[in-house]
Write a protein that binds this ligand. Structure first.
Ligand code: SAM
Length: 217
């Protein structure tokens, strides 16, 4: 029986799943690898870590993390996405013993309290409205172990003219008010409100994506 997407008010990408791996590098000028590597560096992975990737899409980052883990030692990288078609592509292309994918909404995670060492997310939060951003962060806090890292790469207040142009064009071209929230700079506030430590803006890319590092105290 075909698996179905979970209901969410987030902007899911079932329709784009088959072409996402082709289009995404075009949108980001092939530079996503740059911040994916920065995320890996910040994770300081141990082979037995359990890592969760929120809004994983086709699972590129989930798989990069998984390659540094050892299934025999309990290491696992799990990607969740609300879009069943994205998870279908992710499983087909990237599932391994240390790399698993599940259809789930970030605002309602099917995991035990304190079950992950780290949580990452790339370009997911600008797909959900502010109340779901908050719910997803509350859920991330719940499933993260004390001391665990939260690493988010997402659209934020533009820092260059090009960044300003790209983010405002995206906001109107994709008719996505959730992008407007990110541009106004809500991410640090909502991360903090979910009880994580004050997010450190570690790096910015292309003038409109910021990499935030925070922790569950
Ligand atoms: C721009 S894509 C990012 C995919 C991947 N993380 C990347 O960096 O390429 C955003 C993803 O968020 C997913 N999404 C939207 N709302 C969601 C929700 N409430 N819970 C989980 N995933 C959601 C979409 O289906 C989509 O795959």
């Amino acid at each position: 029986m075909p698996e179905i997407s979970v209901p969410t008010r987030g902007r899911t990408l079932d329709h784009a799943a088959k072409v996402y791996d082709l289009l995404e590098p075009l949108f980001l000028l092939g530079k996503q690898a740059e911040y994916d590597h920065d995320i890996l560096r910040l994770l300081e992975l141990k082979e037995n870590d359990r890592v969760l990737d929120l809004g994983c899409g086709t699972g590129v980052l989930t798989r990069m993390i998984a390659e540094r883990l050892d299934a025999h030692k309990g290491g696992i990288s799990i990607g969740i996405d609300a879009a069943a078609q994205m998870i279908k592509v992710a499983r087909k292309k990237r599932e391994t013993p240390t790399c698993r994918f599940e259809i789930a909404a970030a605002e309602n995670l099917p995991f035990e309290n304190g079950s992950f060492n780290s949580i990452v997310s790339s370009l997911f939060f600008h797909h959900v409205p502010i109340d779901l951003k908050k719910k997803a962060l509350t859920e991330a806090y719940r499933v993260l172990k004390p001391g665990g890292r939260l690493i988010i790469a997402d659209m934020h207040t533009p820092s260059t003219f090009m960044g300003w142009l790209v983010s405002h064009i995206s906001r109107y071209f994709f008719m996505q008010p959730q992008i407007g929230e990110n541009i106004r700079g809500v991410m640090p506030t909502v991360i903090r409100e979910a009880d994580f430590t004050a997010p450190e803006p570690v790096a910015t890319y292309f003038g409109y994506i910021t990499l935030f590092l925070s922790r569950k105290p």
